[in-house]
Design a protein around this ligand. Structure first.
Ligand SMILES: N[C@@H](CCC(=O)N[C@@H](CS)C(=O)NCC(=O)O)C(=O)O
Length: 232
């Protein structure tokens, strides 16, 4: 019989390396110093077991040894920081928490909606509508301009985050999507004027040890494989 259970006694994380939602979950797991059993997948062939425990079929999915399933990326982040609050992260006060929630709502809503249309306009064309990627890039830019202004207020240092000198939940929830925005047209982004603070923030993240560890490559998991731990 194929063993699907928690063989290592660790939570099991179904994940897809390039997915920004899964990425934010892995970043929080790394930052919190936790270990999970990792099951990498490809989106076109999701493991039956993942769909059984989370029929909506999105990653990340975290399956705890007690059977609890956490299948929203922000909830996985919250779970991770509840287990062990990352030593270098800022503890948000009530006002900062509200700001963090508002930014993440803007990101997961308007920003993501427009990012998808900027990256994959062909998916949104219809017989009567031609999706213009640049229109959607402009909406994302308005939001990025706000974050650039916030970062600008904290000064010119390379290690500046949304709430100042320490990273927080907000930075790690948002940065995987800013990374995606850049990847959509790197030459344009790198040459675009007016995003100096945002570029410093993104560059520091791209060069960070936490991202490197969160992006470790795993082959897609299959039932019966020897269990692997993340971070490796
Ligand atoms: N609200 C979910 C969204 C997760 C999500 O949409 N993940 C994408 C990958 S980036 C996915 O799994 N899509 C399913 C598919 O493409 O089949 C979360 O925050 O976890």
């Amino acid at each position: 019989m194929i063993e699907l259970d928690h063989q290592l006694g660790l939570p099991v994380l179904y994940t897809f390396r390039r997915c920004p939602y899964a990425m934010r979950a892995r970043l929080a797991i790394v930052a919190a110093g936790l270990q999970v059993e990792v099951r990498e997948l490809v989106l076109r062939a999701k493991p039956a077991h993942m769909l059984e425990i989370s029929p909506k079929g999105t990653v990340p999915v975290l399956w705890l040894p007690n059977g609890t399933v956490i299948d929203e990326s922000l909830d996985v982040m919250r779970w991770a920081v509840d287990q062990s609050f990352p030593a270098d992260w800022l503890v948000l006060n009530a006002g900062q928490q509200q700001q963090c929630d508002d930014w993440i709502a803007l990101l997961d809503g308007e920003f993501k909606r427009n990012l998808d249309r900027y990256k994959y306009p062909h998916r949104y064309h219809t017989d009567t509508y031609t999706c213009d990627p640049l229109e959607h890039r402009a909406v994302c830019e308005k939001i990025l301009t706000q974050w650039n202004a916030v970062l600008e207020q904290h000064g010119q240092q390379a290690d500046t985050f949304l709430f100042g000198g320490q990273p927080s939940f907000a930075d790690y929830a948002i940065l995987p999507f800013v990374r995606q925005f850049r990847i959509a047209d790197e030459a344009w982004f790198d040459a675009a004027p007016g995003y100096d603070a945002l570029k410093r923030w993104l560059s520091a993240f791209l060069a960070s040890n936490v991202l490197e560890r969160a992006m470790t490559k795993y082959s897609p998991w299959q039932p019966g494989d020897t269990p692997l731990t993340f971070p490796g």
